[in-house]
Design a protein around this ligand. Structure first.
Ligand SMILES: N[C@@H](CCC(=O)N[C@@H](CS)C(=O)NCC(=O)O)C(=O)O
Length: 203
C-alpha cells in the first residue's frame, strides 16, 4: 500500500500519521505538495477526484480517500490498540465526539482558513466576511470541548481514542490559522498538554 501524504500544517494527513504511530504501523508514503498544487495534478485526480490529501492506495489499486475511512481500514487490519472503541458504549461515545469535532470545530476552522488566511488568498469565491464570522464559532466550539473535558482525561472518556486525534490535529491547525483555543479553556489546555506529550503527536 502507498499513503499519499502532505506535511504539516495539513491536518487531515496528520490524523492518519498519528493513528498509524499509535498502532505501530509503518506506512510507505509519497508526499503530495499542497503549495505546489500536486493534489490537483491529473494523475492524482485520477486517484481522488476530490483533489485532496490524504489517500491510501492498496496493492490491488483500490483507493481509500477521507482520513477517517483510512483510519477505519487500518483499525480493521490492526485492531489493537482499539482506537474506535470496543464496547457498544465506547464505540458510540467515540463516534459522537468525533462527529462533534468535525461538524462543530473543523467546519468553522476551515471557514476561517479558506476565507481569511493569506495562504488561501488565490482561491476563487473567498468571502472574508463569512471567514471572520466563523472566528467566534471556533471559540464557542473550543469552549464546548473545554467544558466536556472537565470530567474526563480524554475527549470520549478515560481512554485515548481517534476522537482525541481529530481534536488535536484540528486544534493545532486552528492555532496555525490564527484562531487557536481561547486562554480561558483550562481543561482543554491540560488535555492538549497530555496528548501532545504522546510520541505519536510528533507525526
Ligand atoms: N474530509 C477530508 C478532507 C481532506 C482535506 O481537506 N485535505 C486537505 C489537506 S489537510 C487538502 O487536500 N487541501 C487541498 C485542497 O483542498 O485543494 C479528509 O478527512 O481526508
Amino acid at each position: 500500500m502507498l499513503f499519499y501524504d502532505s506535511p504539516n500544517p495539513a491536518p487531515n494527513p496528520r490524523r492518519v500519521r498519528i493513528f498509524a504511530a499509535e498502532k505501530g504501523i509503518e506506512l510507505p508514503s509519497q508526499e503530495v505538495s499542497i503549495p505546489k498544487r500536486e493534489q490537483k495534478a491529473p494523475e492524482y485526480l485520477g486517484k481522488n477526484p476530490r483533489g485532496q490529501t490524504p489517500i491510501l492506495e492498496l496493492d490491488d489499486g483500490t483507493v481509500i480517500a477521507e482520513s477517517v475511512a483510512i483510519m477505519r481500514y487500518l483499525e480493521a487490519l490492526h485492531p489493537e490498540p482499539a482506537m474506535f472503541g470496543t464496547t457498544p458504549k465506547e464505540i458510540a461515545a467515540i463516534e459522537m465526539w468525533s462527529r462533534r469535532v468535525e461538524m462543530i470545530l473543523m467546519s468553522a476552522v476551515g471557514a476561517v482558513w479558506v476565507n481569511t488566511h493569506p495562504f488561501t488568498a488565490a482561491l476563487p469565491g473567498r468571502n472574508a466576511e463569512w471567514g471572520e464570522a466563523n472566528r467566534p464559532r471556533v471559540a464557542d466550539a473550543f469552549r464546548f470541548f473545554d467544558e466536556s473535558l472537565k470530567n474526563f482525561e480524554y475527549l470520549a472518556g478515560p481512554d485515548f481514542s481517534v476522537a482525541d486525534i481529530l481534536l488535536l490535529t484540528t486544534a493545532d491547525f486552528a492555532d496555525f490559522v490564527g484562531c487557536g483555543m481561547p486562554d480561558d479553556c483550562e481543561n482543554l489546555r491540560g488535555w492538549h498538554e497530555r496528548v501532545s506529550a504522546r510520541p505519536s503527536s510528533k507525526a
